[in-house]
Design a protein around this ligand. Structure first.
Ligand code: UDP
Length: 413
């Protein structure tokens, strides 16, 4: 973004750029409670690092010990550890939303954390509050309302009924946020409410990802030989991402595709520590120990993506899936599930193949179609690359979000 955004409305110069205003930048408070580095935090960092600093300044309000803040991209952004390592922030979604016994202390904790947050918002001089994670929509939302500040919820989750779906709707009704939804299917959760919703997909720093041959060193580091066919999944190790189904699908193909390997990139969150063992156990039971390479968390995802012939993400209910776009931007064909926001990213039959979730046989068939027809797979990779650049550039997304800030600020909230 080269020109300054105007906070005076849509009036634009004859040259087509934004007009220059002389007021000082508006201060945005971003709130995220996560400790670990998830897709939401990647997206937030990309957004904050691309703010037009002549129009907007930022403070990030976070939990003590948040690992994702180490990113160099936001080294110069003010941050305040406003949340202690509080039990409410560590609870799983289905635990938070069930039972009166939990509800009462949780409401008390929400109010307590909101009051603390309100004080921090006042100290920073925030003019707009942008919450980035599910629990902070509630806590930060209440704090913003207590501080009489305009509120944006950046909603990145698809919630089941037992995961607080109704609480989210009730809170939207009471707190009147402006919602940024990362996909249409995420936006549909607010259907029937008066809530204003803008769909803005996550942006990907496309220049970090480029098609090309894999690094021979990386291939040998992971024990892959030159004639191996490589399937790759990059994602947190959590049940809804569908690793179990993928292992079964690989087992279906194992006899016919002797050189087929699966590289699994990602790690468990601390509350699911046992899940990694379960996955490895399942791989062993299916006779796949030699075929599956577990890398753990990696910070070289762009290089890892170039290793693969096919990128696979078999999620059960995926709100968005940044990794799919990252694979597309690397020119790789994608096999994913017809679930959540995925069909908004992958055009079935053009940039990849979509199969029903939790259906190992269909997943195996789709993978086999691309293994058999290499030219078709390459065409899909090329089509995905062009779609990623057309729709999912992070600069475009950062621009859309800042336009929304302008709109909300110029209305006074
Ligand atoms: N990621 C990473 N290293 C890993 C696993 C994931 O850098 O070992 C990144 C991945 O490249 C992507 C993000 O984490 O940018 C995950 O985002 P996505 O939307 O796919 O999944 P989420 O975790 O938000 O459900």
């Amino acid at each position: 973004m080269s020109q300054r955004l105007s906070r005076l409305g849509p009036d634009r110069s004859a040259a087509g750029g934004a007009i220059v205003t002389c007021d000082s930048p508006a201060h945005i408070a971003y709130i995220d409670h996560a400790i670990d580095f998830g897709g939401a935090e990647h997206s937030l960092i990309e957004l904050v690092s691309r703010l037009d600093r002549t129009s907007f300044t930022a403070t990030i309000l976070h939990t003590e010990g948040a690992k994702w803040l180490h990113s160099d991209q936001i080294a110069d952004v003010e941050r305040i550890a406003v949340f202690p390592d509080h039990p409410l922030l560590q609870q799983k979604r289905d635990e938070v939303s069930t039972g009166l016994l939990r509800l009462i202390p949780n409401v008390c904790s929400t109010v307590q954390l909101s009051l603390k947050l309100r004080a921090a918002l006042r100290r920073t001089g925030a003019q707009l509050v942008h919450t980035n994670s599910l629990k902070t929509h509630f806590i930060g939302g209440l704090a913003a309302r207590l501080a009489r500040l305009p509120l944006i919820w950046h909603v990145r989750d698809l919630l089941r009924e037992d995961e607080g779906y109704h609480w989210l709707r009730r809170a939207a009704h009471l707190l009147h946020p402006h919602v940024i939804a990362i996909s249409k299917v995420v936006a549909e959760q607010f259907a029937g409410l008066a809530t204003e919703v803008t769909v803005i997909p996550n942006g990907i720093p496309l220049d970090k990802f480029c098609p090309g041959p894999p690094s021979p060193q990386l291939r040998s580091e992971l024990g892959l030989s030159a004639d191996d066919y490589v399937l790759l999944i990059v994602s947190r190790l959590t049940p809804w991402k569908g690793h179990m189904t993928l292992l079964e699908a690989v087992a279906h193909l194992a006899d016919r595709w002797r050189q087929l390997k699966l590289v699994v990139v990602g790690e468990v969150a601390f509350w699911e520590a046992a899940y990694e063992e379960q996955l490895k156990q399942q791989a062993a039971e299916l006779g796949l120990t030699e075929r599956v390479i577990w890398t753990g968390f990696r910070s070289d995802v762009p290089e890892l993506l170039r290793l693969c012939d096919i990128f696979v993400l078999p999620s059960v209910e995926e709100p968005f899936g940044r990794v799919i776009i990252e694979a597309m931007a690397t020119g790789r064909p994608v096999v994913a599930t017809e679930s959540g926001g995925v069909p908004e990213i992958v055009v079935d039959g053009q940039t990849g193949l979509l199969v029903p979730p939790q259906d190992a046989q269909s997943l195996a068939d789709a993978i086999e179609t691309l293994l058999t027809n290499r030219q078709y797979a390459q065409q899909m990779g090329a089509a995905g690359l062009s779609r990623a650049h057309q729709l999912f550039s992070v600069d475009r997304v950062a621009w859309q979000v800042q336009e929304l800030y302008q709109k909300i600020l110029s209305k006074g909230g």
